[in-house]
Design a protein around this ligand. Structure first.
Ligand code: GDP
Length: 432
């Protein structure tokens, strides 16, 4: 799904505009200094095209001052988005801070859509036109508050996005993209360093691929992977609230760009909400998942027994993930990461033929028919795998399946076909 990052000074109305674009009131409406948010990205759809809007508005000012903050925001957005929506306040005009953002945007060469906000009436429209001289193309006058001009703006955003991918799954050319994610201090950069040391960092351009400056190509077990946003891992993220926010933005963006995510957790510490949230983001994004229990060298028998219980209790929803126990420090079992990544990608890209799938569905219908409800018995008529990456099935049914039955079918699908390391989506088309 293409990503649009919204960039601009505080109080230009970014969050209000995000609300307009997503068509609901979800984003925080004011840029309240010091407020950091969990949610930074929102699903949006316009003219049948899905995209993700990333609101970079939740930043917290720190000693560096606003100009540096906003510029950093823009750089981050550029690194992670397919297109940038740059919002300026037409009633105030261009400020120094805006100028420095423009510099960054010009250098990056990513598509930019310029929104001149707070154009509530014709009078301010002239001020919007003055923004042509920024050299970012046509300024789109909008009033985020009243909704004026948002249709044209959305058209412009869609036009700036890369072509929609074909309906069917087509693995992108070049090396598989891996995101190493996890909360701070779990050992992400240690793991990356260990991999880079034990394995080969590929310096040459792989044929036909250009590497984003924040990515690194690393050969693991003779296979080349593109590790996403390694600059974000290596640049030690400070713990100030604003940086936490950037960290979560980066995590999200890295997940979106990858095919497979390695979520690193600290095996020596109890699992936290934050660990689980990151795993959920991977699942929601439909990416393959490897959970790496790191710092295994710090665990003793007692801790491991406790960890088993924790996994059973907290990770029940992620029983399908590929898992490895490693120590980035000693190097123990780091060589199992490559096979785990391959296993997860294998499940993620797996395709089940319609014939095999329907034979399986037939067996289920015979052995475990849906319970009769109100004198009727919903039935799965047939199914097909609509997509891979992640596997997505569509079941055509007579009558609505109960959630419980649907989950049962999902479970049996996994038992039958494997799908280790990948979310599996099952959709139902019911004929009443
Ligand atoms: P990041 O914030 O996730 O990138 O974490 P770092 O890689 O910076 O690691 C945080 C701390 O944990 C550092 O002090 C590392 O030396 C330490 N660390 C990382 N991996 C291991 C490991 O496998 N075992 C032990 N004992 N310490 C580790």
């Amino acid at each position: 799904v293409p990503v649009v990052a919204v960039v601009g000074r505080p109080n230009v109305g970014k969050s209000t505009l995000v609300n307009r674009i997503i068509g609901r009131r979800e984003a925080v409406v004011q840029d309240v200094p010091g407020v950091t948010r969990d949610r930074v990205s929102y699903d949006a759809v316009w003219n049948g095209r899905d995209f993700v809007v990333v609101d970079t508005g939740g930043w917290a000012p720190d000693a560096k001052g606003m100009a540096a903050q906003v510029t950093e925001q823009a750089e981050l957005a550029i690194g992670t988005a397919d297109a940038v929506l740059f919002v300026v306040d037409a009633t105030v005009g261009i400020q120094d801070v805006d100028e420095s953002v423009v510099q960054v945007l010009r250098r990056a060469g990513k598509p930019v859509v310029l929104a001149a906000n707070k154009v509530d009436d014709l009078r301010t429209e002239g001020e919007a036109a003055a923004l042509w001289n920024l050299g970012l193309g046509e300024p789109y006058p909008v009033s985020a508050l009243h909704g004026r001009g948002s249709g044209d703006l959305l058209d412009a955003i869609l036009a700036a996005l890369p072509e929609a991918p074909p309906e069917d799954f087509d693995p992108p050319a070049g090396p598989r993209r891996v995101a190493i994610v996890g909360k701070p201090n779990v050992g992400k950069s240690s793991l990356l360093n260990r991999l880079a040391r034990q394995q080969r960092v590929v310096v040459d351009d792989v044929a036909g691929t250009t590497v984003d400056p924040v990515d690194e190509l690393v050969e693991v077990d003779g296979r080349t992977y593109r590790f996403i946003d390694t600059a974000g891992i290596r640049r030690r993220v400070k713990e100030a609230s604003g940086h936490e926010y950037y960290a979560s933005l980066r995590t999200h963006a890295a997940i979106e760009r990858a095919e497979v995510c390695v979520v690193v957790v600290d095996a020596g510490q109890p699992m936290t909400e934050q660990d689980l949230r990151i795993m959920s983001s991977v699942e929601e994004a439909g990416r393959a998942l490897v959970i790496a229990f790191n710092k295994w060298d710090l665990t003793d028998d007692e801790r491991r027994r406790y960890l088993d219980r924790e996994i059973e209790r907290d990770l029940t929803g992620f029983g399908w993930a590929a898992k490895v126990n490693i120590s980035a420090r000693t190097g123990r079992h780091v060589d199992r990461l490559g096979p785990a990544i391959e296993e997860a990608l294998g499940g993620w890209e797996q395709r089940i033929s319609t014939g095999k799938l329907n034979a399986f569905l037939g067996r289920i219908a015979a052995a475990h028919p849906h319970p009769v409800r109100g004198g009727k018995q919903p039935r799965v008529l047939f199914g097909t795998q609509a997509h891979a990456g992640p596997p997505t099935f569509v079941l055509f049914t007579s009558g609505q399946l109960e959630d419980q039955y649907l989950r049962f079918v999902e479970r049996r699908l996994r038992e039958e076909f494997g799908f280790t390391g990948t979310p599996v989506h099952v959709q139902v088309r019911a004929r009443e």
